[in-house]
Design a protein around this ligand. Structure first.
Ligand code: ATP
Ligand code: PRP
Ligand code: NIO
Length: 479
């Protein structure tokens, strides 16, 4: 892939802070930021993490070109030449830890941890959040659709309605991570090795004298993979009978019609009657595909009504993350360097959920060996180790609510991605990411996975981390 230079894909305030740090000679001090979400989207019980691959390419290609520097000079006359020289020499030299793509993640745990000179860590906030927020949002929407569609075929149809071209291709990739089988977008298919699929549009029918002629011509051109759109004139009276005639023509040549596609009307009723018509014509091998503003709710209702649909084309509502236009992931400073070394920092808020958790942290998923299910996530100080000892897990807001876990495995979720600016994490293939996602889902209880009113998953703090946070809250409250 030809990765464009996204170094200026940042907010001006980041460059202004970089400049002010440089003026104050604090730009080389180290800082630690956490990227995390505060809420799952769509009232879901979990979020599917995505965006890391793009973040890795972005970090690797960070540099200010001559044109970038000229533009900055022109935008802000305060920027001194020596500062611009710092930018000319800029590259990422820090550490990044992150969840793997496809990971099942939850609010209030670090998904990405950046440790770098403040000069570098500040610049990359905007792009990191941009990639993580969009791709995780779409992967989560796709995961909800996948839960309802089960083993049916899911094809991503969203490009024409996506929020521009990048969203179309990275959204198609996010959908694949969560279990979609194919995309209609050829560029996404080529870039990410996603299987591509396509039927035909109403225009193909309108562009012929008759629907029958249109079907015959299409099926003759693509005899092994024809999916005929049957709703241009009248689905039951014209579309399906013509599709059956076309299927018979293919049979006479030893070929098979693949499917019909319904794109309007009552999809349950039309699929049930259509199935009957196809079966009566001895064409039980012809599948029924549906499209038209589908989402997890409509697909679920269609299944409840006994719809005979086994393949779903899902566009607008998937690719736009309908009903939740943005995932609100944030990037917060959790430690900074002073004369003594790294010190944790906190941001207070009247809203208790918005108080940050200080310090560099690890996230462990505590898997009960007996059930092979997760007991919750355990966020600990980076310096702590979680071993085989009985683990006390308590609700950080109500510490009197606790449990002991004995026979468990602690999966360390944050992976080193960059160390001293060098990429140390080999990017997995999309197929591997998808398989990893499926495996991780199996550790989560059904109660958390269900689409409606899911059980809140526990994200607990270790005692040492919780105590440090409480002490800092108290200290700052007394100031
Ligand atoms: N049996 C059904 N139960 C619930 N929802 C359905 C059922 N059949 C179709 N739908 C959904 O209802 C909505 C119908 O939208 P709309 O009224 O715009 O479609 P339409 O009139 O059939 O087709 P057109 O796209 O030609 O306007 C779509 O989201 C569709 O997926
Ligand atoms: O409905 P979506 O989930 O976004 O899926 C993609 C839609 O795009 C196509 O038609 P288009 O919407 O362009 O035209 P139409 O509404 O006239 O079918 C296709 O026929 C689907 O209906
Ligand atoms: O292949 C299709 O049927 C298709 C592709 C994109 C959008 N709507 C339909």
């Amino acid at each position: 892939m030809d990765y464009e230079n996204l170094t200026l894909h940042t907010d001006k305030y980041q460059i202004n802070m970089m400049y002010a740090h440089w003026k104050n000679n604090s730009h080389n001090r180290r800082a630690i930021f956490d990227a995390y979400i505060r809420k799952n989207p769509f009232r879901n019980g979990y979020t599917v993490f995505a965006g890391l691959e793009r973040i890795v390419h972005y970090i690797n290609s960070l540099h200010f070109t001559k044109e970038d520097i000229d533009y900055l000079k022109q935008q802000e006359e305060n920027y001194e030449e020596a500062f611009l020289d710092e930018l000319r020499a800029f590259s990422f030299t820090g550490n990044i830890y992150a969840m793997r793509e496809g990971e099942i993640v939850f609010p209030n745990e670090p998904l990405i941890r950046v440790e770098a000179r403040i000069f570098e860590a500040q610049l990359i906030e905007t792009a990191i959040l941009n990639f993580m927020n969009y791709q995780s949002l779409i992967a989560t929407k796709a995961s909800r659709i996948k839960q309802v569609a089960n083993d049916d075929t899911l094809v991503e149809f969203g490009s024409r309605r996506a929020q521009e071209a990048d969203a179309a291709v990275w959204g198609a990739r996010s959908a694949y991570i969560a279990g979609f089988h194919a995309t209609s977008n050829m560029r996404a298919g080529k870039l990410f090795n996603i299987p591509s699929k396509g039927t035909h549009a109403h225009s193909w029918i309108q562009d012929h004298d008759t629907e029958e002629e249109a079907f015959m011509n299409f099926a003759t051109a693509l005899p092994d993979q024809s999916i005929l759109l049957v709703d241009t004139y009248d689905t039951l009276k014209s579309g399906i009978p013509n599709a059956i005639k076309t299927g018979k023509m293919l049979e006479s040549q030893g070929k098979k019609l693949k499917a019909i596609r319904l794109d309007s009307g009552d999809l349950a009723r039309l699929s049930i009657e259509g199935r009957q018509m196809l079966d009566e014509a001895d064409m039980d091998y012809v599948e029924i595909m549906a499209s038209n503003d589908l989402d997890e709710e409509v697909i679920m209702h269609l299944k409840l009504q006994g719809a005979k649909i086994t393949s779903w084309g899902v566009g607008t509502k998937l690719i736009t993350g309908a009903r939740k236009p943005s995932l609100g992931g944030v990037y917060k400073l959790v430690a900074r360097e002073d004369a003594e070394g790294m010190i944790p920092v906190i941001k207070l808020s009247d809203d208790i959920a918005k108080v940050t958790t200080p310090g560099p942290k690890k996230v462990y998923r505590i898997i009960n060996r007996k059930t092979n299910k997760s007991e919750g996530d355990y966020v600990a100080l980076d310096s702590e180790t979680v071993d085989d000892k009985p683990l006390k897990m308590f609700d950080p807001l109500f510490p009197q609510k606790f449990k002991y876990v004995n026979d468990y495995e602690a999966h360390d979720l944050l992976q080193p991605i960059f160390v001293n600016g060098e990429q140390v994490y080999p990017l997995p293939s999309l197929e591997e990411i998808h398989c990893y996602h499926k495996e991780q889902l199996s550790y989560i209880w059904e109660e958390t996975l269900r689409l409606l009113n899911p059980q809140t998953y526990y994200v607990d703090l270790s005692y040492d981390l919780w105590k440090m946070k409480q002490d800092m809250i108290e200290k700052h409250s007394m100031e």
